[in-house]
Design a protein around this ligand. Structure first.
Ligand SMILES: NS(=O)(=O)c1ccc(-n2ccn(-c3ccc(F)cc3F)c2=O)cc1
Ligand SMILES: [Zn+2]
Length: 260
């Protein structure tokens, strides 16, 4: 069953021995019955401008769709957030099979993939690089993917992937509206304070994990798996799969839910 799967996973990079702070790392398992309903949590308000989409590239961990974050044109606010946060990029994590791939789990349930929309606090900081080091610097929206019907909005992105098969390849990519990747219901989510899930692993993230998943087709996910961790000049090519971090302990943190 899936609960034994994670132990067979080979994390894509060596976990560092010392992590800054280390008591609010991500990802975690969201234990639904231990989450606390907080009626003060507001609905999330996303306001994305597709014109700010700039490029798509393979960074050797995942593929990133990057946005121009020099203005407040694509932002998220509300929810647990006190400030306005600017979208800088989104990316995914996935498995080699549909049985696993997500970073967060819900009552140990694994999803085949997980989308992360990464934002930084533009009310308090002037650059992403500054915000990434600060307690309330980043806000990441997590959306689970399930295999089912084809996701029409995702297809434009899937069609661009063969051009960035290798690490460090980049192609222009514009007029992509990330709102099409959000579930219809963004009022129901879990939120907790955590970290980036790849180096620098800084504990600067307010996580908002959507309760409702989105559906993509098996064929669309298969194209994700055709990407490579390695650059074109490396002798041994490694397929980009299982690019998720092993789960971290909750360390007494409370996961709040926006729904009862
Ligand atoms: N998977 S996730 O938690 O959403 C996640 C994990 C790692 C990152 N990440 C890795 C390096 N950077 C990064 C990029 C530019 C920079 F100036 C500083 C950084 F930390 C980053 O934001 C961004 C997001
Ligand atoms: Zn991520």
């Amino acid at each position: 069953s899936s609960k034994y799967v994670l132990s067979q996973m080979h994390p894509m990079w060596q976990e560092p021995l010392a992590i800054p702070g280390g008591d609010r790392q991500s990802p975690i398992d969201i234990v639904v019955r231990k989450s606390v309903y907080d009626s003060e949590l507001k609905p999330l308000v996303t306001d994305y401008d597709p014109q700010t989409c700039q490029q798509i590239w393979n960074n050797g961990y995942s593929f990133l769709v990057e946005y121009d974050d020099t203005t407040d044109k694509s932002t998220v606010k509300g929810g647990p957030l006190q400030d306005k946060y600017r979208l800088c990029q989104f990316h995914f994590h996935w498995g080699e099979s549909n049985a696993w791939g997500s970073e967060h789990t819900v009552d140990r349930k694994l999803f085949p993939a997980e989308l992360h929309l990464v934002h930084w606090n533009s009310d308090k900081y002037s650059l992403f690089e500054e915000a990434v080091m600060e307690e309330n610097g980043l806000a990441v929206i997590g959306v689970f993917l399930k295999v089912g019907k084809r996701h029409e909005g995702l297809q434009k992105l899937v069609d661009a992937l063969p051009a960035i098969r290798h690490k460090n390849s980049v192609v222009d990519f514009n007029r992509f509206d990330p709102a099409c990747l959000l579930p219809s219901n963004t009022d129901d989510y879990w939120t907790y304070h955590g970290s980036l899930t790849t180096p620098p692993l800084t504990e600067s993230v307010t996580w908002m994990v959507m309760k409702q998943h989105i559906e993509v087709s098996h064929e669309q996910l298969a194209v994700f798996r055709s990407l490579l961790f390695t650059s074109a000049d490396e002798e041994v090519q490694k397929g980009m799969v299982n690019n998720f971090r092993v789960q971290q302990s909750q360390c007494g943190r409370t996961v709040r839910s926006s729904f009862s």
